[in-house]
Design a protein around this ligand. Structure first.
Ligand code: 2RA
Length: 339
């Protein structure tokens, strides 16, 4: 009786995580289609003790599909998303293709579920919902509960982004390079133009006229759309670091209203999808390894920003799994809200 589901880009890192999350959360699908490009078509895969063959995605793949989870790049989403919607399918798109499109809800279920409240499966109405960028999801999961309490005036984000954000091939290259460098060999640089192992560099997204790269502008624009708050001041610096699959982000916040660090810590302890790791005595704070493959976003280093008078400023440090809450889990949670 549940929805018929299609997973688009099923062989990629996020596509595989879609399946893990669907299974972990017992998502009540009636049927599931494994869709990918012609390159992956024909591959066999076992899911929940059933054998599937990956099908090459075609227009007719979406006939009768209720919910399609897309993570196959912006080009595929642009081309096939509207076709699926036309057929009455609800598309949850992990690409950036439609995130800033007027009328397309950009949703983090714990943050702005109201943005998609009008969309339900079963009406065969067809709709497209955009999954925010991973660094936006991870940041706003931690900051929104504080924003709701004291209204963020300005947010300065420094990200330390994992290889997984650049795909499975980047994760493989990080491992390969690490072995090569340790063996005294020159690093293989196919995905990134420079050595990644034992290094870090400004995020590989293109840099725009204003000197910000696309990853940084996503944080600026998506925050304003998700919070429906055009006046919030956001700036960001996104860095790629040699970590496999979890992003870390330092966030400096300036509020319109006072918020002391103890209250902030309490708000975060009570926030959905958040775990507070803030043990100063043992210097134990969030780390990418500790959140990898986990659902919750970890927050620590909660402290008053001493550069400001009173309790109008706060610094926090956030870690979240880029493939899971940063992409697949968020999308499946959106799908759950469609039921
Ligand atoms: C990255 N957020 O980490 C981008 C793409 N998912 O590179």
């Amino acid at each position: 009786t549940g929805p018929s589901v299609a997973v688009v880009g099923v062989t990629g890192a996020v596509g595989q995580e879609f399946l893990k999350v669907i299974s972990d959360r017992n998502f009540p699908y009636r049927s599931i289609k494994m869709l990918a490009s012609s390159r992956s078509a024909g591959k066999q895969l076992t899911f929940e003790d059933k054998e599937y063959v990956v099908e090459e995605m075609k227009d007719e793949s979406f006939d009768g599909v209720d919910i399609a989870l897309f993570s196959a790049g912006g080009g595929i989403s642009k081309k096939m998303g509207p076709i699926a919607v036309e057929k009455g399918c609800i598309v949850v798109d992990n690409s950036s293709a439609f995130r800033m499109t007027e009328g397309v809800p950009l949703v983090i279920p714990e943050v702005n579920p109201e943005a998609m409240a009008h969309i339900k499966v079963g009406k065969r109405q067809g709709a497209l919902i955009a999954n925010p960028n991973c660094s936006t999801i991870i940041c706003l999961m931690a900051v929104t509960p504080l924003h709701r309490h004291a209204k963020v005036k300005r947010m300065v984000v420094s990200t330390y982004q994992a290889a997984s954000g650049a795909g499975a091939a980047a994760m493989e290259e990080l491992e390969l390079q690490t072995r090569e460098v340790l063996a005294g060999k020159p690093p293989t640089c196919n995905i990134f133009s420079q050595q990644y192992a034992f290094n870090l560099f400004s995020h590989n997204a293109p840099v725009g006229e204003n000197g910000y790269n696309e990853e940084e502008m996503k944080l600026v624009k998506e925050t304003r759309k998700i919070w429906n708050c055009q006046e919030v001041q956001v700036t960001a610096t996104c860095i790629r670091v040699p970590v496999m699959r979890a992003h870390a982000e330092n966030v400096n916040l300036q509020f319109e209203n006072p918020l002391d660090e103890d209250t902030a810590r309490q708000i975060l302890k009570e926030a959905a999808g958040i775990v507070v790791i803030d043990d100063r005595a043992s210097n134990h704070f969030p780390t990418p390894l500790e959140v990898s493959s986990k659902d919750d976003v970890a927050v620590g280093r909660i402290r008053r920003d001493i550069s400001l008078n009173g309790n109008y400023g706060l610094d926090i440090f956030v870690c979240g799994d880029q493939i899971r809450k940063g992409a697949a889990l968020n999308a499946v949670q959106i799908a759950e809200k469609l039921l």
